[in-house]
Design a protein around this ligand. Structure first.
Ligand SMILES: Nc1nc2c(ncn2[C@@H]2O[C@H](COP(=O)(O)OP(=O)(O)O)[C@@H](O)[C@H]2O)c(=O)[nH]1
Ligand SMILES: [Mg+2]
Length: 487
């Protein structure tokens, strides 16, 4: 495809930006670390725990520069990008440690600068600046739209909406779609109705019972400050992929707005944020997908393929020669591993590894180095062997959040309960084939495991120091993401 005028302008902007960033990092080595994942995957908790650990003396035996004592200290510095909200670290830590609540969820991009003073392996003193950028995974999954026309996107969205559990959820939208004539005159009311029904369908797919991942356009579910603007008011139409929209038609109107979405939302995100990242961690709530069943897992795999596609964009497609994405390491992390006994952590990792490998095949991925980890940024549970009848079962102990869960269990928010989450299957394929019926099918004393939300851990204070937050494999994630930049 020949580059369009807007692609050329975009390319010029990108190279100007890259030059500026390069000048900065020449004098002041900087890593821009992207932290992404779908809503509730664990981004806020991950970043809070990471900063707390590095600035307040966490326990990170596998993070070599830290464990070997070469890191002299880490501190926060003013957030450098004027137009991006600052990550609200202080509030999140207070909520997590003092109130023992999880931080409020966020729906926008935010950023924070961390400065690490360290000693190189050859003894020289150095400083590494890390700009941590927290952005919704929903926005990342929009990038593939840059390579798709309105007609292609419509066809793909429609095909997907006819598969598996999506078909039922899409029924009201499909009914409305039948009443639309793409060739007829443009019609604001019909467009509004279509956009609303299409958004309702996306929202239903995201519900935890289905836990679908692949739901672009991302701003339909996370509109930010663009709610109800025309760029967010469109929907797929049943039109031929190579057809041409007649002037003044409904089709032309939808198409124009789809292009506006790319111009107003997707391209600026790509240019101002994504294209500037050096390292990326993608957080995945794989447990939610397991509990929703094999369809959710296949959907997750499709979303991972979409994400890997993003790292190719720019290498080959939209912005050809001048610009290369800088990301050279991507870590996929299954979060909330503290909901499983440690005997299942490797299995959780294996399932994600399998899903990422399949996705990489599908996206014909070749590029940045990829690794996979199962982690808990904040470990909310302990492990114990608990007697059940005459058996002793490996179980986890945690304090469920107060209130009533979806299946009617009530908790006071103070009492610890033991659960038996059961083991993940040794063979990841079983999960994809649907032989596994979810962790809830395991014996459980008090509660349906799927609906439990544990409170953050109670920390014991010794002396004046703020205690370290317990975690699972957060240090392994750090080692992969920035270990090599601290050699
Ligand atoms: N047990 C446990 N729960 C977590 C962890 N990380 C996140 N969560 C849960 O997942 C929810 C969403 O996390 P959050 O970081 O706000 O997700 P975000 O939307 O990606 O920023 C939190 O409110 C917690 O209930 C973790 O490490 N352990
Ligand atoms: Mg968040």
């Amino acid at each position: 495809m020949a580059p369009s005028f807007s692609d050329i302008v975009e390319e010029a902007r990108l190279s100007a930006r890259a030059l500026l960033d390069y000048g900065d990092s020449f004098f002041n080595p900087t890593v821009r670390l992207g932290v992404t994942g779908l809503s509730r995957a664990g981004k806020t908790v991950f970043i809070t725990a990471l900063i707390h650990g590095l600035t307040r003396g966490g326990r990170f035996p596998v993070f070599e520069p830290y464990a070997s004592g070469r890191i002299a200290g880490a501190r926060l510095a003013p957030q450098p990008d004027d137009a991006v909200p600052r990550f609200d670290y202080e509030n999140h830590v207070r909520t997590l440690i003092e109130q023992r609540h999880w931080p409020n969820s966020t729906t926008d991009i935010s950023e924070l600068r961390l400065v690490i003073d360290y000693q190189r392996q050859n003894g020289a003193d150095r400083t590494l600046t890390i700009d941590i950028v927290d952005y919704p995974g929903e926005w990342l999954l929009d990038l593939p739209l840059l390579n798709r026309s309105f007609e292609q996107w419509s066809a793909e969205s429609l095909a997907l909406s006819r598969e598996g559990p999506r078909a039922t959820l899409a029924a009201p939208w499909h009914e409305h779609l039948k009443t639309l004539h793409p060739q007829s005159r443009e019609n604001e009311q019909a467009t509004l109705a279509a956009a609303k029904l299409f958004t309702d369908y996306l929202r239903a797919c995201r519900d935890e019972r289905f836990a679908m991942s692949l739901l672009p356009p991302g701003r339909f579910l996370m509109p930010g400050n663009l709610a109800s603007s025309p760029a967010l008011t469109f929907a797929p139409l049943d039109v031929p992929i190579d057809g041409a929209a007649p002037d003044g038609s409904l089709w032309a109107m939808m198409r124009r707005r789809y292009e506006a979405y790319k111009d107003v939302v997707v391209r600026p995100f790509f240019r101002d944020h994504f294209a500037r990242l050096d390292r990326q961690i993608v957080l995945v709530d794989a447990l939610a997908a397991f509990n929703a069943g094999p369809e959710a897992l296949h959907d997750l795999e499709a979303a991972l393929a979409g994400i890997l596609d993003c790292f190719r964009i720019g290498r080959s497609t939209i912005l050809s020669s001048l610009f290369r994405p800088r990301i050279d390491r991507i870590l996929f992390a299954a979060t909330k591993a503290d909901h499983l006994h440690h005997s299942s952590h490797d299995r959780l990792e294996a399932v994600l590894r399998r899903a990422v490998a399949k996705a990489a095949d599908r996206a014909e991925y070749a590029g940045a180095a990829i690794d996979v980890v199962a982690l808990a940024a904040v470990r909310a549970t302990r492990e114990a062997m608990v007697a059940r009848g005459r058996e002793k079962l490996p179980s986890i102990l945690g304090t469920p959040a107060p209130g009533e869960t979806a299946n009617g269990d009530t908790f006071d928010g103070e009492t610890e309960v033991a659960t038996f989450p059961g083991d993940l299957p040794a063979d990841p394929e079983e999960l994809f084939k649907g032989g596994f019926r979810g962790l809830s099918s395991m014996p459980s004393d008090s509660a349906d495991f799927r609906f439990l939300r544990f409170r953050p851990p109670l920390l014991e204070r010794t002396g004046k120091d703020e205690p370290a937050l317990p975690h699972i494999r957060l240090d392994r994630a750090l080692q992969f993401l920035i270990g090599d930049r601290l050699q």
